[in-house]
Design a protein around this ligand. Sequence first.
Ligand SMILES: Nc1ncnc2c1ncn2[C@@H]1O[C@H](COP(=O)(O)OP(=O)(O)O)[C@@H](O)[C@H]1O
Ligand SMILES: [Mg+2]
Length: 415
Amino acid sequence: MNKKKVLVLGTVQGEVPLVEAYKEMGYYVIVVGQNEAYPCCKIADESINADIMDRELMLKIARENEVAAVSSNVVERAIRTVAWVAERLNLEGIGYKTAEIFTNKYYMRKAAERIGIAVPRYAEVASVEEARAFAGEIGVPFIIKPEDNGGSKGVVKIQCVEELEEVFENTLNLSVEDKRVIMEEFIEGEEFIVDAFTHNYICENTDLSWKEKFEMKRNFISKAVVIQDADSCESAVEQKLLEANKRLVEGIGLKFGITHGEYIYNREQDKVYLVEITARGGGVYLASHLTPLATGVNVNRLLAEYSVGNDPLRESGLVLGKGAAAWYAFSLPKGQIVSVEGLEEARSLEGVNAIIDDKFFVGKKTAEMVDDSGKFGPILIYADTRDACNRIFDKVKQILKIKVKTPDGEKGIIW
Ligand SMILES: Nc1ncnc2c1ncn2[C@@H]1O[C@H](COP(=O)(O)OP(=O)(O)O)[C@@H](O)[C@H]1O
Ligand SMILES: [Mg+2]
């Protein structure tokens, strides 16, 4: 008998565990993406070079192959297409309307307000003039960001209204489909991530993270994410975050799947603000590696199961193991790498899961970091607690040495 087929949109590293899960379940996996060098193309049964935003084409491929499921676990741009195709073919899906709420920062703010989750004061703007008018109301500093994009692309902290002119067009152009900008209050506070898996409209949090950023004046590049299984997160703030995330996801009405929520906690107001919530796994190895490492739950496999209509959590719900995991990135000064030392020794440390080194090697020219793509690593670590992860990372820092030749002499890693 021929194997049943499934369609996975996106071929990046983060999709690998989803492809593997389908294969373990006995499916023939077709992946679609635009870079055939990406890892999924090597492990899938078939890979198609095409644009996953081309909905009609994805529908055609899904229809012709009579797929049993269409899915994706970490690619933001796949969310709407997956929901749209699934809806048309009567496959398991979250529905196109819901997909829009999880991918458009304006709709998600509207939904959060309805559900009673705090959001920064915000407005949807489509021109500099509109932005200037709203700036008069909320004052500086404020944030502008594309309504629909990710990876901090086009997200800028504005300190004075004149800066708007300089950056607004770029942010607007980075709005992928909706071509609008969100403008909102800058919220001071600590940043957190809450990841969850939802089944039959029941959202169960899997892990909660601390997030650290590189120090930059007006851009936002995350530097480290340290997660702990949700059951071990018992402080009042953590409880507030977990409760908000569950209420939000269930309030929006997600049927199933992985979610990734970002929040800022403001201590003075003792208030949790939503930054964004999306119906996919976190990138940078979060859903693919860290959640499974910390909790023992393979959310990628669960996604595959629910996408084909199975219901493995019906009896007992999610059972989380206790643990922590983290990724840490670093930057390098502008110049050229002349030596890399200690890589294998650092890799062999207990608790080091991986050190991703595809971007640093002798001879590589380095540039100043301006966005997410300019950072190096990450280093993936797991242990019982977040503090233990940080201690292992400290050991890595002692061992891993990269020298970069710069006009001012040799310099090392900027941790
Ligand atoms: N209102 C805000 N106040 C303070 N910081 C913010 C605010 N909005 C965004 N940020 C910062 O910018 C980062 C990226 O913004 P986010 O809305 O998550 O966009 P993206 O979808 O590109 O990740 C956040 O992780 C946070 O560090
Ligand atoms: Mg974000």
